[in-house]
Design a protein around this ligand. Structure first.
Ligand code: DOR
Ligand code: ZN
Length: 344
């Protein structure tokens, strides 16, 4: 069969949750095994809102992964965040970017922003500093259906933000809708998006047909099939605006399989295998390297990685579970066979 091996420049993951403590020890090595760098989400408890906290968290991550992996730290925006502190942290090489969580939109967002009006000075400072804004793009209005929250966010918040800060780099994180893909494609080069493996593989049926499946639940939630197809098209289009960001978000199995299960899919162990399977199915293997290894660093203004990794078209079985001491995790694709394996 053609293309049995694919060697690409070493990739990065532009959106991960590495957690802290024992969970950090358990999960960080999976990301470090496949990726050279990762943008590390700051939604810890308490969230990462200061330069010192980001420095200390970065040290804990490096201790968990060992050398060869570079965590890129992110400041968590609150209504009270100080723009000068963000710019100082960016200039000092501590904060690569800052994350906007609308308050109560998702896990660990209780301290998030209640209204973008509160962070205008911070956004001005970020725009001046060339510091990217990462956006969890969902409204939290209880009157808006959970499946519409991303599309509504574009009209209510994101379009005005992009208009008012035309020089600000904005990453619309983990997009899940055709509307989001179209919005990003229509903006200038300062607006980009990350796309997760799960939103390329599953639609909302995976969560709800034949029983409720908590391990397919994340936020933003998977949408209808037409949105999945639009995301596959965007990811494999060759546009430099779309790049890899897994949003790997591990939760202990008992907190997923619960009457009120946590949002988040643990996809780190087979992230590249999952993505490359999609590019193969779409006949776009020649576009995988740009999506995984080039578009992200170019958008962030960072150097491309040296070195390569190789993927091979060879069946690989995904384990049902990972156990690390008392932490039990169910990965994305648990029990499935993927057509590609990561050689290293
Ligand atoms: O599914 C999600 N899980 N979405 C998020 O935005 C947060 C994440 C988490 O931290 O668990
Ligand atoms: Zn996330």
């Amino acid at each position: 069969m053609a293309n049995t091996k694919l060697t690409i420049r070493r990739p990065d993951d532009w959106h991960v949750h590495l957690r802290d403590g024992a969970m950090l020890q358990a999960v960080a090595p999976y990301t470090a095994r496949q990726f050279a760098r990762a943008i590390v989400m700051p939604n810890l408890s308490p969230p990462v809102t200061s330069i010192d906290a980001a420095r200390a968290y970065r040290e804990r991550i490096v201790a968990a992964t060992g050398p060869g992996f570079t965590p890129l730290m992110v400041a968590y925006l609150t209504d009270w965040i100080d723009g000068a502190m963000l710019a100082e942290g960016h200039a000092a090489g501590v904060f690569t970017a800052a994350k906007l969580y609308p308050a109560h939109a998702t896990t660990g967002s209780a301290h998030g922003v209640t209204d973008v009006a509160h962070i205008r000075a911070a956004l001005e400072a970020m725009q001046r500093a060339g510091m990217p804004l990462l956006v969890h793009g969902e409204v939290t209005d209880p009157d808006v259906d959970v499946f519409d929250r991303e599309a509504v966010f574009i009209g209510r918040t994101l379009a005005a933000l992009v208009r008012d800060f035309p020089g600000l780099k904005v990453v619309f994180e983990h997009i899940t809708t055709e509307e989001a893909a179209q919005f990003v494609a229509a903006q200038g080069n300062n607006v980009a998006a990350t796309i997760t493996p799960q939103h390329l593989h599953i639609n909302r049926n995976a969560m709800l047909v034949g029983g409720i499946r908590p391990h397919a639940y994340c936020l933003p939630v998977a949408k209808r099939e037409k949105h999945r197809l639009a995301l596959r098209k965007a990811a494999t289009s060759g546009s430099a605006k779309f790049f890899l960001g897994t949003d790997t978000a591990p939760h202990r199995v008992e907190t997923k399989e619960s009457a009120c299960g946590c949002a988040g899919i643990f996809n780190a162990p087979f992230a590249l295998e999952s993505y490359v399977t999609v590019f193969d199915q779409e006949g776009a293997l020649d576009r995988f390297e740009a999506f995984a290894s080039e578009n992200g660093p170019r958008f962030y203004g960072l150097p491309l990685n040296e070195g390569t990794i190789t993927l091979e078209r060879n069946a690989v079985q995904v384990p049902e579970r990972y156990a690390h001491a008392d932490i039990s995790l169910v990965p994305f694709h648990a029990g499935e066979t993927l057509d590609w394996c990561f050689v290293g």
